[in-house]
Design a protein around this ligand. Sequence first.
Ligand SMILES: [Zn+2]
Length: 547
Amino acid sequence: MSDPIIFTGGTIESMLDGPHPDAVLVEGGVVRAVGSASACRAAATGTPRHVDLDGRTMVPGFVDAHMHLLLHGCRLDWADLSHARSIEDITGILGNYARAHPRAPSVDGYGYDQAVLAEGRHPTAADLDRVDPSRPVTVQHVSGHGFVVSSVVMRALGISASTPTPIGGRIDRADTGEPTGLFFDSACDLLTGEGGVKIRNHGPNFHLPMRAEELRRRFDLAQESFLSAGITTVCDAQATSRELTAYLQARDEGSLRLKTHLLVLSSGLEHLRQIGLSSRLGDRRLEISGVKFYADGSVLARTAYLAGECCGHDAASGDTGDGYLYHEPHELHELLLEAHRLGLATATHSQGSVPIGIVLDAIGDARSEIARPRLVHRIEHCGFPTDAQIARMARLGVVPVSQPVQLHEHADTIVDDLGPIGSRFYPYGAFQRAGLPIVISSDAPVTDPGPLRAAWAAITRESVSGAILGADFTIDRKTALAGITSAPAALLGRSDVGVIAPGAAADLVLLDANPVTADIGALPRIGVTETWIDGELVWTAGTGEAT
Ligand SMILES: [Zn+2]
């Protein structure tokens, strides 16, 4: 462990109430004292090294309670389609990428959004065939919930008009029944091929095969991206055997830099039961923290189950637009009950009020059978809960885990497509009034890791066009800053991160401005200059990796 270090010369925002300390003493990777410089020097066991904050602001390392590390690494490695505004843009970007990577076995892109494309539709296999007819071409939707693949890919996988559409998924087809190349939600299971990860109707399968060196590169790229955003603790919200293997290998090699919590996808629940996993398992660096479930599709892909939520869709008639549930309601109910009986925390992707209701019914039954008041149950995203459901979440101790940057980046098209209900998307203010914890996360790669930008989006609810969406649902700055530090730490069952206090891990971030006093509008532009984990400098601006 490192020598003692005293930090002074800047603003220390501990995220705790009370006067600002002048200094922080770190010893053995842990914060030993917080207070005056003389008190910190007196508390040190040896001669401390001095680090001058040089006017910068120190905050606790940020905590991201919902992200996908390896998929974020894919996004960083693949062609970036997030700025495409037409299918011509998409094929142009992919064409440039293909020419720049002539020996890559495939051409891949991430992040197109059909809602902003001039053609008003998703791309098709025919579009992608024009990029490169000889290599597989694959693009992933911005939501992470689906892909469009070229004809080469479908031929190699034997996908044809006779391939059935699975429950909880979508295969877009021409009038002839021939797939057009678009696969969403549980239909993505078809794309991992023989021997690939299979998750049936338990989620969108984005665990596409990759070579060992690609996996390593993407894993490292993604870790660097999180550290550069000042994020030191994460929760990977969809772990299959592939993610478990990657994380365990990184830990054993000493290359796992982030403190990581894993939610094992519910397709693995039966295996967890068989091996007797009945609680959390791991240590302060890598822990299995619960099970991830999917109730419905994606708001961004318009596959969320929005019966009754939006104009033109009528719950009574069963019309949910293009949306669907992953499981029959009784099947999801039983899965959630089983996890709770085993003692496993749950986190369920649910956007519409119908799927949110299914989850709350199951958690209600589970809590009345065995209370387990400390066992965490989460609803991921929680796009459109009713007021009654928000009150019920508070009674049942169910925590919403939403992503305000999605609101900023996509609310304009969501309001266009869904009508006025769109401005209720992720109703943070209502969560706060009901006494629910406020947790802010990225869902990277769906939005970039950037906790202060996410806090700004939750505070302002400002869309790209400058509209304020649901002024009743904004939150205050203090709550938003807790939402990227202490609140997600508490959700993950940790008191050792998300604060700067004696006994806490020395996970520290140095910023070039103070997020507590800066103009709200400046929050997204505050820069991270250094990231420390367990008293070690692990990232610095300009040079990247520090050690
Ligand atoms: Zn996610």
